[in-house]
Write a protein of this length. Sequence first.
Length: 454
Amino acid sequence: MKGRKIALLLIFLIIVAAGGYFVYEYRKEEVKVYDTVIAQKGDVNMKVSGSGKIEVKDKVPVFAEADQTVKLVIAKEGESIKKGDVLIEYDLEKDRADLEREIREAELKLQNARLNLKSIVQPAEGNELIQYESEVLSAEKNIEDVKSEIESIVIKISQQEIKVKDLKEILDKNEKLLSGGAIAQREYDDSLNNYNIAAESLKDLENQKALKEKTLLVRQDQLAFSQKKLDNSKDRLLDETNVIKYEMQQNNIALSEIAIEKLKNDRSKLKEKEIAPADGIISSVDVKEGAAVHNNTVIAYISDTSGVIGKLDVSEYDAPLIELNQRAELSTSGIPDKIYQGKVSFIWEAAVEKESSDDEIIVPIEIEIENIDDKLKIGYSVDIDIFVKEAVNVLMVPIQAVMQEEEGYFVYQLEDNIPVKKEVQVGLYGDKYVEIISGISEGAEIILRPSEVA
């Protein structure tokens, strides 16, 4: 009996153990394990990133101050230079001789222009004046001759008018006598013929008078023209053509004076050598020995190494996000332990097509570096992050923890190992994190991948 009880007890224990195992296995399947993060405060930021280079902030151009000939080029691209070092030597003797010749030629040109101006207003004299006076006298005599001819014709007209009047009276008388039969037809015809001849002669005289009057007008115009020529010969500026010539010549004189002044100014600027205006590195030399340089042309560029910038090209899609003074961080693989801080200092106004890529449109951006040191060298490649938007010290969770549905944004918060769906109000979407304005509290345990929640 005792043995039977022991056996029953063993069977019971086996059943209890088996049941406990199955319950454990069942509960084990019920409790799912999730990757979670804790909602905490931090900085959410949106960045535009790219690779760029360290470049000099300013290039100082060296200008020629006069037209000169390069005798010797001392400066070499890429070498360091100090303020006051000689860059170029000029052929001063040749340049001065060339300018002296040009000045002399310009002075002779000015002298000729002044003589020409004087000749324009020089009054007529000698044979020229006698010729103009003779033309006036001749014109006056022609007028007097025509007037005399007109007076003679007027007298003849007056005499002919009397003759015509007398013959008209005889004709009228004979017409009456003829009608009365007192005279023959032949006698009447003779009186009519005499009258017609006299009337025709009167008309001819009147035509002669009209023609002479027209000739008088022509002679008067000739006299006026000759008199004007005489007057103009005594005062040349009465002639509008001479006035124009005079003013043009005055302008030529003024231009010659300006040219001489410029040449003399250029002569005063001639120098033996061109010196560096600042410390730096010669980035380019744009002249060769024997070449002519001209006033205000660039002969060299000196890179001012006292200031450097980060420069990168951003796409036309990212460029609208970038504004002046936005914070930036720069890093380079050559200096792994240093992050350089900076800010956007310049944005090109125009987009350009990138040379190394077909049809890619970019906008160059410059970054002013605030904590520059000697380790960062000109020409280094750098990775640049521009923080276009930032939310500082805000509640945040990783981007992948937030899901968007038609109703809004949600996260799964783990409460007693059970996922609970929470609607949240989001703020800034950064590159890695999302700002949470409301819906969960700091310290909440959030499931990292909502898709894993069954």
